[in-house]
Design a protein around this ligand. Structure first.
Ligand code: FMN
Ligand code: SF4
Length: 416
């Protein structure tokens, strides 16, 4: 799994703090300690965007927290819940290069006046948690943390907290609930976490990959980061490629790399010399791209213009000969199981879509089942408190659009 390019070069991939500090590490933090007020403008100029799925400009969230400097407690949740099928980049970052994540979180605390950092990690990522825990202990023995507390004029606390491990627990307000010790039910917004998050205090939630970029940007400058991307894009992206490819894995490449280049140049093409049928782009909660769309750039804006989304950067590849509907049924089962139960349309809607899709997939459905499925896909968007139900509908609708013949063929001869 080549996690070896650009920001995460092999010399950045170490678990020993002294090794990290003798290479790329520590230099960004030293700059941040001297000029904390310059950090948000640098992140803005660099064009860093949230890599947990939304692509929201990172500096905007940071500004909202920094504006709350007069409040007593301010929290950073480093979101490592990572539970979506096909996504494994945060685990790799934590296992192979925990210090760049920790240093990124420390710089973020300085930029936003944050005095509590919580590494919120999926408990199934046991190895990652152990490596992170050892890495954190090394920072706690050094003299950086007292220096940060001095600049913040308050004690900085750091801890690792296992998330509840369910997919929904990665949604930012659900994470806040979990940190408070509650079941991870997403909250309604407003108020936004920047105003009232953990225990009613300002809270920033950033993804592990987002944080991993921060020390490099501060050390090398905004222009350096911008130049890493393709075209107008900034920085890099870790694309997780899985499914019917020869060399699946996590590829850190310029943001905006084309789908063709990712699959054929880097991931070795389609396995067993078959042809490409489709790619679940951005994981199971986004749209499907087909072989006609290989030239598309894989970045937030290009995909949005094409009514698709980059999501977490997961690319699940399907070869000709494999049924799309089996994947859809599997993903809808996943969403139905993940629904937290707060919004009836989401809970019953995802279950019903999963049931109907399974029925169609096994050739046991009629036209009325497909009609019901289509009608649910029209009715459900926007009916939930969080985006889980929207993600489930997006992938379903995309499959109905691109592969309607596959659905039609399966209902044409219902078996009784
Ligand atoms: C159902 C659901 C699950 C999510 N799971 C995660 C997750 O595991 N990790 C993550 O970083 N973001 C996840 N998100 C996105 C977060 O709500 C949030 O946008 C993100 O952590 C913000 O970090 P970023 O700005 O650095 O991307 C999820 C969102 C939804 C709707
Ligand atoms: S949309 Fe679904 S997952 Fe999200 S809060 Fe409502 S019931 Fe829970």
């Amino acid at each position: 799994m080549p996690l070896n390019q650009l920001l995460r070069r092999p010399d950045n991939c170490c678990t020993d703090l002294d090794e990290w500090l003798s290479g790329a590490g520590g230099k960004g933090l030293a700059i941040a300690l001297k000029e904390p007020l310059a950090l948000i403008p640098t992140i803005k100029a660099a064009g860093l965007r949230g890599l947990g799925g939304s692509g929201f400009p990172t500096y905007k969230k940071w500004q909202m927290i920094a504006a709350q400097y007069q409040r007593d407690e301010r929290y950073l949740i480093c979101n490592g819940n990572e539970d979506e099928p096909g996504t494994f980049k945060d685990r790799l970052l934590l296992e192979e290069s925990p210090h760049q994540v920790i240093e990124g979180a420390l710089i973020t605390a300085l930029a936003c006046n944050i005095n509590h950092i919580i590494f919120y990690i999926n408990p199934h990522l046991k190895r990652a948690t152990k490596i992170l825990s050892n890495a954190l202990a090394q920072w706690q023995q050094g003299d950086y943390l007292p220096q940060i507390s001095k600049v913040l004029a308050t004690a900085l606390t750091l801890k690792i907290m296992p998330s509840p491990g369910h997919y929904i627990a990665g949604e930012e307000t659900a994470a806040i609930e979990a940190v408070e010790g509650n079941f991870p039910f997403p909250r309604g917004k407003p108020p936004y976490p920047a105003v009232a998050g953990v225990h009613g205090q300002p809270t920033l939630v950033n993804n592990i990959e987002t944080l991993a970029n921060v020390s490099h940007i501060v050390r090398n400058g905004a222009a350096w980061f911008q130049a890493l991307g393709e075209g107008d894009c900034s920085g890099t992206k870790i694309y997780c490629v899985s499914g019917d490819v020869a060399d699946g894995g996590a590829y850190e490449l310029p943001m905006g790399t084309s789908l063709a280049s990712l699959i054929f140049q880097h991931a070795g093409g389609i396995s067993d010399n078959r042809k490409l049928k489709a790619v679940f782009t951005g994981g199971p909660s986004n749209s499907i791209l087909t072989a006609n769309e290989l030239s598309l750039a894989l970045d937030f804006d290009s995909l949005k213009q094409h009514n698709a989304a980059l999501g977490t950067g997961a690319m699940i590849v399907v070869a000709e000969g494999n049924a799309i509907i089996s994947h859809i049924a599997e993903y809808l089962d996943f969403f139905a199981a993940a629904s937290c139960g707060q919004c009836p349309p989401c809970t019953s809607g995802t279950s019903e879509m999963a049931r109907l899709t399974r029925k169609i997939a096994v050739g046991n459905a009629g036209k009325h089942d497909l009609d019901s499925l289509i009608s649910l896909s029209e009715l459900l968007p926007g009916s939930g408190r969080c985006h889980l139900v929207d993600g489930a509908v997006t992938v379903l609708k995309s499959s109905l659009g691109h592969f309607s013949k596959e659905y039609q063929a399966l209902i044409s001869k219902p078996y009784s």
